[in-house]
Ligand binder design. Structure first.
Ligand SMILES: Nc1ncnc2c1ncn2[C@@H]1O[C@H](COP(=O)(O)OP(=O)(O)OP(=O)(O)O)[C@@H](O)[C@H]1O
Ligand SMILES: [Mg+2]
Length: 254
């Protein structure tokens, strides 16, 4: 299988702090790859770099062979990179359906402006976007109350809405930042099934997750960050047994 995403010596500094340090990472087409590591290891920063929310300080990020350096986030989304955020980014003054429809509009710089001007073409496009959003909500197992405000619904629904919105951008690569945070065991299992279903659609997944049983269950490969640097990478079982990884999580005395 080909590499969809390739990071070469990627570094990001914030003043004197190096949040991501010379990281090499390859994500193959069709993989579910996990990024794990202690708090502050640089995982979210890595996602911010891949989704072009932040520029790299040094190094190269290539997506399908194209360099992402200097691209804006909407341009990365247009290329097929979509993401969710560590704290579910839901708009509470918009309905569930509108939250998901926003995904398609986020792909283009003019998107929101075009929605505001209701030409017949725009109305047709709006209808198609609406149907598409409904389909992704069904896919995520959200089957009713599309016109409700999300605030009234359980947190797991917020997560699903956010993932449905990311899917509505028709990504090739989906970045999930701690999607199981705040979910109970049953909800986490449900989410795991959803993630596998997304991969079965041909979408490659890079997931940051603290829930180790979820990581072990669904990942083909795991990459471990500590203090911004990659300290291990490989099959979940091997990474779990790696001395340096155990030390990073539990401290030297173990
Ligand atoms: N915009 C920023 N400005 C300054 N420092 C930042 C910024 N974003 C992240 N950092 C710092 O970079 C380091 C890595 O943070 P990051 O959020 O990437 O870690 P993480 O691995 O996602 O942690 P967690 O598991 O807690 O989510 C931390 O020391 C953090 O304080
Ligand atoms: Mg984080």
């Amino acid at each position: 299988m080909n590499d969809l995403l390739e990071l070469t010596k990627v570094t990001r500094r914030f003043g004197g702090l190096t949040a991501v340090q010379s990281v090499d990472l390859r994500v193959r087409q069709g993989q579910i790859k996990a990024v794990i590591g202690p708090n502050g290891a640089g995982k979210t920063t890595l996602f911010n770099l891949i989704s072009c929310v932040l520029p790299v300080s040094a190094g190269l990020i290539q997506f399908q062979g194209n360099a992402l350096n200097r691209l804006k986030a909407y341009a990365a989304a247009a290329l097929g990179i979509s993401r969710t955020f560590q704290t579910a980014a839901i708009f509470h003054n918009m309905s569930i359906l509108e939250n998901v429809m926003l995904g398609r509009h986020m792909r283009s710089r003019r998107g929101l402006f075009r929605v505001a001007i209701k030409t017949p073409g725009a109305r047709r496009e709006e209808k198609a976007i609406r149907e598409d959003a409904l389909q992704w909500l069904h896919f995520m197992g959200v089957n009713d109350r599309f016109d409700s405000l999300p605030g009234e619904l359980p947190f797991v629904i917020h997560r699903k809405i956010e993932i449905a919105r990311a899917l509505a951008t028709e990504p090739k690569l989906l970045l999930l930042d701690e999607p199981a945070a705040g979910l109970d065991i049953r909800e986490t299992e449900e989410l795991a099934a959803c993630i596998q279903k997304i991969r079965d659609q041909g979408i490659t997944i890079l997931i940051i997750e603290h829930d180790m049983s979820l990581v072990m269950d669904i990942s083909d490969e795991v990459c471990v960050l500590n203090y911004g640097a990659k300290i291990a990478e490989g099959a979940p079982r091997d990474v779990q047994r790696n001395e340096e990884v155990i030390e990073a999580y539990l401290g030297k005395e173990h």
